[in-house]
Design a protein around this ligand. Structure first.
Ligand code: ARG
Length: 579
């Protein structure tokens, strides 16, 4: 509802400065809420107006600020106008603020609060393809894959919430020499029985064993090469074993993704593009972009001088394709098939160079749409360990998070009354993992810390869930009170006003997140909302208050709870009802 006020203030500015009111919409920002001090609701920066050419950029800024402020008059929306170092502050009439902000929450269910926003309407809409998770079959699912999984899910949720058509894609590492090794090794170390019982573990074991074996066993090395060649030539026996490994792995992952509340629309993979990769090479050749190096490999010159000082290899000397060759083919195939307006790749920052080269080559080939492709890089996670040691399988991390959370929960008495404590512990444990990961800038490395992330107090996913559950329980306990009719003058306390002031910022927070794809804005917004709501919960009792006061307060708590839940869902967190 921030847009209602922004529009009113913009109209006022437009009249005064004889400029179209739309130009003021993006420069009016809601004032962040700080601890004790009372603040205005919106502010306008004079420097921004100067930058935009709305005010002359010569002259004293402070004089300009005071001059403009003196021309603006109070009205039935704006109650107070004040000036502060190059800024004009606007305070909305308190009763109107309460009324307008709580209007959308008359019915509890499915409030798309914040979406009806002129600011958000400025964002481009269309089809967004997000590629994330993308583990390698038979290899370790490392912390980087977990990060890619949850970050990609967040980006997809956000884009979808903002009205884009989103395609969620998993691009498996399902091709390459590792399948030669696996195929050859399976004959000696593999067991169909074990493969069915515990596929990921067994494939990984075989892979580790055969890697050891080839260190001293030439025959095995040859067998691996032979097997991979058979695969590349589509020989049916080799192919059917490969297919079995792939199917069984995807099935397992789907089960784990489900625990995380994550799904994919498409499971693609490198294998799909190995044929097309060679077509890409031919195309590069016909465009005279492919050179042959001294070693006999096929390379593209990426140097700005054209002197081969920086090249990218696309073809091995034996004529087989590489990781980047398959990515080139995959990108073009996706554009063809999905006609995306933008494509986002989520991997750790060590692949930044890879994606930069990928986009550069696509552009050189004439694919101007590569300009709308983007790599979202993230930093390393240090020390992700479980009780049994270093993590190999994602499932172990989820199990450990659940077990630790269950243990913490068993110390509180409410757990005993819970229908399904395991389920709650799972959801809360996953929230803890996500918030720990999303708190800082994605590019930063961070240290994995079970104790810190699972704290019930402090800025954790547990705290978010706890606050949400308490608000839900407050609403449940007072279900006999109908909060639909409410009197806006019954929420005069500063404790309620700051919550509404905070909610004014919601669309700006989503806007910022959509621009830089960083979850930290939303995380910090929600944590602050929790702190403010917890304070209100202590100070503004529902039970025992006169009926109309109880109604108004419930409406406020209902609003906090629903924005909290909706924000958590964008982050990829399932809010729990009780804990
Ligand atoms: N499978 C790769 C890895 O684990 C990540 C794939 C990233 N996506 C891509 N299109 N290259 O490192």
């Amino acid at each position: 509802m921030a847009c209602f006020f922004r529009r009113k203030i913009a109209a006022k500015l437009g009249r005064t400065l004889q400029a179209p009111e739309d130009v003021f919409i993006p420069v009016l920002s809601a004032v962040p809420v700080f601890k004790k001090q009372k603040s205005a609701d919106f502010r306008l920066s004079i420097n921004t107006l100067r930058d935009k050419g709305i005010l002359p950029s010569s002259g004293n800024v402070q004089l300009q600020t005071e001059n403009l402020a003196s021309q603006l008059k109070q009205d039935n929306v704006v109650d107070e106008i004040s000036v502060e170092r190059g800024m004009i502050n606007f305070t909305i009439h308190r009763k109107l603020l309460v009324e307008k902000m709580l209007e959308p929450f008359e019915k509890q269910e499915d409030v798309k609060f914040g979406l009806n926003s002129e600011l958000l309407n400025q964002l481009k809409k269309g089809t967004t393809l997000v590629e994330y998770s993308s583990p390698n079959i038979a290899k370790k699912f490392h912390a980087g894959h977990l990060r890619s999984t949850i970050i990609g899910n967040f980006i997809s949720n956000l884009k979808q919430f903002l009205g884009n058509n989103v395609i969620r894609m998993n691009y498996l590492g399902d091709w390459g020499m590792q399948f030669g090794l696996l195929g050859a090794g399976f004959g000696q170390f593999g067991c169909q029985e074990k493969l069915k019982q515990n596929p990921l573990q067994h494939l990984f074991e075989v892979y580790v064993q055969v890697n050891k074996e080839v260190e001293h066993n030439e025959d095995m090395k040859q067998a691996a090469r032979d097997f991979f060649r058979q695969l590349e030539q589509h020989e049916s026996q080799a192919l059917s074993l490969w297919q079995q490994f792939r199917d069984i792995t995807v099935q397992e992952y789907q089960h784990i993704y489900k625990r995380l509340g994550i799904h994919f629309d498409v499971y693609s993979g490198e294998s799909e593009h190995q044929g097309q990769a060679l077509e890409v090479v031919q195309q590069l050749q016909s465009q005279s972009l492919l050179k042959t190096s001294e070693k006999g490999t096929g390379v593209v010159d990426l140097s700005s001088q054209g002197d081969m000082s920086s090249v990218c290899t696309l073809l091995r000397s034996d004529g087989t394709s590489l990781y980047i060759t398959r990515d080139l083919a995959a990108a073009a195939a996706r554009k063809q098939q999905y006609q995306f307006d933008e494509m986002i790749y989520v991997t750790d920052k060590s692949q930044a160079n890879h994606f930069q080269q990928l986009f550069q080559i696509l552009l050189a080939m004439g694919h101007s749409w590569a300009q709308s492709c983007q790599h979202v890089p993230f930093g390393l996670v240090q020390g992700m360990k479980t009780r049994t040691g270093e993590v190999v399988f994602l499932e172990d991390v989820l199990d450990e998070a659940r077990a630790r959370m269950l243990n913490n929960m068993s110390q509180t008495k409410t757990t005993k009354e819970m229908d399904d404590p395991e389920h709650t512990a799972e959801k809360v444990g996953i929230s803890a993992l996500i918030i720990q990961d999303f708190k800082g800038p994605l590019q930063s490395d961070y240290k994995f810390d079970w104790d810190r992330m699972l704290q019930a107090q402090g800025d954790t996913g547990v705290f978010l869930q706890y606050t949400h559950a308490r608000l839900r329980s407050l609403i449940r306990m007072n279900c006999q009170i109908d909060a639909a009719p409410f009197d806006a003058s019954l929420l005069p306390e500063q404790t309620s006003i700051v919550i509404l002031q905070h909610l004014l910022r919601y669309d700006e927070v989503l806007y910022q997140s959509a621009l830089d794809l960083q979850p930290k804005h939303l995380v910090n917004f929600l944590l602050k909302l929790c702190h403010l709501s917890a304070k209100a919960h202590r100070e503004l009792p529902v039970k025992g208050s006169p009926h109309d006061v109880a109604q108004a307060r419930l409406r406020l708590f209902g609003a906090s709870c629903s924005v909290l839940a909706s924000g958590m869902m964008i982050l990829g967190i399932t809010p729990v009802e009780k804990m």
